[in-house]
Design a protein around this ligand. Structure first.
Ligand SMILES: [Fe+2]
Length: 222
């Protein structure tokens, strides 16, 4: 068996898992790709090194892997979920973590994925941990995730405008989101008019404006 946790092994595992998401559900896959790019940009803006930012981007690329195990009626429901359906859906971070474990993904990535729905004030899931107990990568990912969910169209809702999404996120600083990371995110949104990327980002690599930080060029193949 190939040695685990080498950079090459991790890249292979993440690419294979991302591929399974793409085959199961294109909407979730496109979401994951955009979130990976946003999360990497935010991680760099927070001051993380390139390698740490890449790790967060890799986790982001498979963060909704657990949704591929949800029934179609829940995954593609065109209206709000019932309480039971919501409980089922809320198992997706645990399911993803379990699959990643079976693939020998590094613990660091598994932890980010498991905790991407935790809230800064402890009201999130699956473990209800709060503040600095939530892995930094998960605190970054959750903002990128929510921003993308708000600003894209879903079967049951229209896309929010950038301005409304900004207010929505700012209002949840210290509750859902780490306030310091939220500040950096809002600053990024203000500074970079080109922060938002196209809904149908083409795979495997998105077109990145060269005026972005060179490190922004999100390339899992590198
Ligand atoms: Fe999720």
């Amino acid at each position: 068996m190939a040695p685990t946790n080498t950079r090459r092994h991790i890249r292979q595992v993440i690419n294979e898992l991302a591929e399974t998401i793409r085959e199961r559900d294109r909407v979730t896959y496109d979401h994951c790709r955009r979130v990976a790019i946003y999360a990497q940009r935010l991680a760099r803006a927070v001051g993380l090194q390139r390698t740490a930012a890449r790790t967060i981007a890799q986790a982001a690329l498979v963060h909704d892997l657990g949704k591929t195990w949800m029934q179609n009626e829940v995954l593609n429901k065109p209206s709000a979920l019932s309480l039971d359906e919501r409980h089922e859906m809320e198992r997706h971070p645990i399911i993803a973590a379990r699959i990643m474990m079976a693939y020998d993904a590094p613990d660091e990535l598994i932890d980010i994925v498991r905790h991407h729905h935790e809230a800064y004030d402890g009201s999130g899931y699956p473990d209800g941990i709060k503040g600095a107990a939530i892995p930094l990568g998960a605190r970054i990912l959750t903002i990128a995730d929510v921003f993308d969910a708000l600003t894209t169209q879903r079967p049951y809702k229209e896309a929010m405008s950038l301005e409304v999404a900004r207010e929505h996120i700012a209002a949840r600083a210290g509750k859902m989101f780490d306030p310091a990371i939220t500040d950096v995110f809002l600053h990024l949104l203000n500074e970079r008019q080109d922060f938002q990327i196209a809904m149908h980002t083409t795979c495997p690599l998105p077109a990145i404006d060269p005026t972005w930080d060179a490190h922004d060029n999100f390339d899992l193949a590198s």
